[in-house]
Design a protein. Structure first.
Lengths: 112, 115
């Protein structure tokens, strides 16, 4: 089963624009992570935000977390064609070993 | 050590045949995970090892699937009597206990096509 649900399912923008993807989840979490996947490849870890954090930055990435609404957003600023990929949020459940549950992803296309 | 390695990258098999995939995690990582991903979907959890012990197996995993991690190093995932519905990308990932603020490191996956 998949806990996280991303919105939108697909996003098409021009280079230089910002891209925002949202993720909602259902149960208590330890942390929430975002991954990128280029077509036919494995996933690459982008950023992790812990349940007691509200915002985190890494380069052109900005992640927010609202545990009261059980939602997160990923903002990519000044997008580039190389950002074209699928983006997945993954929640590490409370307790246990931080098992990751992935959503269905947002497919981002950045046009030159 | 250049990351998580998976072999083969692609596998085409006839329905009913058995297949085995291999995963070599990052050497110091004691946790290893298998996921399955179908087109347009996110990865779906299959099973988890801590060292050589298989600690969790998805209820969605049929008895035709088995995974091992002898000596807590590499892992194998075997699918017996393959069915067309098994066609998917099989992803392996690893992590280290205590590094909860780091994500998983994924391999490039094995794409299985059952014909």
């Amino acid at each position: 089963s998949q806990q996280g649900e991303e919105d939108p399912q697909a996003l098409s923008i021009q280079e230089g624009e910002n891209a925002t993807m949202n993720c909602s989840y259902k149960t208590s979490i330890n942390n929430l992570q975002w991954y990128r996947q280029n077509s036919g490849r494995g996933l690459v870890h982008l950023i992790l935000i812990r349940s007691n954090e509200r915002e985190k930055h890494s380069g052109r990435l900005r992640v927010t977390l609202d545990t009261s609404k059980k939602s997160s957003s990923l903002l990519i600023t000044a997008s580039r064609a190389a950002d074209t990929a699928s983006y997945f949020c993954a929640t590490a459940l409370s307790g246990g070993y931080n098992k990751l549950i992935f959503g269905a992803g947002t497919r981002l296309a950045v046009h030159p | 050590d250049t990351g998580v390695s998976q072999d083969p990258r692609h596998k085409i098999t006839k329905r009913g045949q058995n297949v085995t995939f291999r995963c070599d995690p990052i050497s110091e990582h004691n946790r290893l995970y298998w996921y399955r991903q179908t087109l347009g979907q996110g990865p779906e959890f299959l099973t988890y090892f801590q060292n050589e012990a298989q600690l969790e197996k998805s209820r969605l995993l049929s008895d035709r699937f088995s995974a091992e991690r002898p000596k807590g190093s590499f892992s194998t995932l075997e699918i017996q009597r393959t069915e067309q519905g098994d066609s998917a990308m099989y992803l392996c990932a690893s992590s280290l206990t205590g590094q909860v603020n780091y994500g998983y490191t994924f391999g490039s996956g094995t794409r299985l096509t059952v014909v």
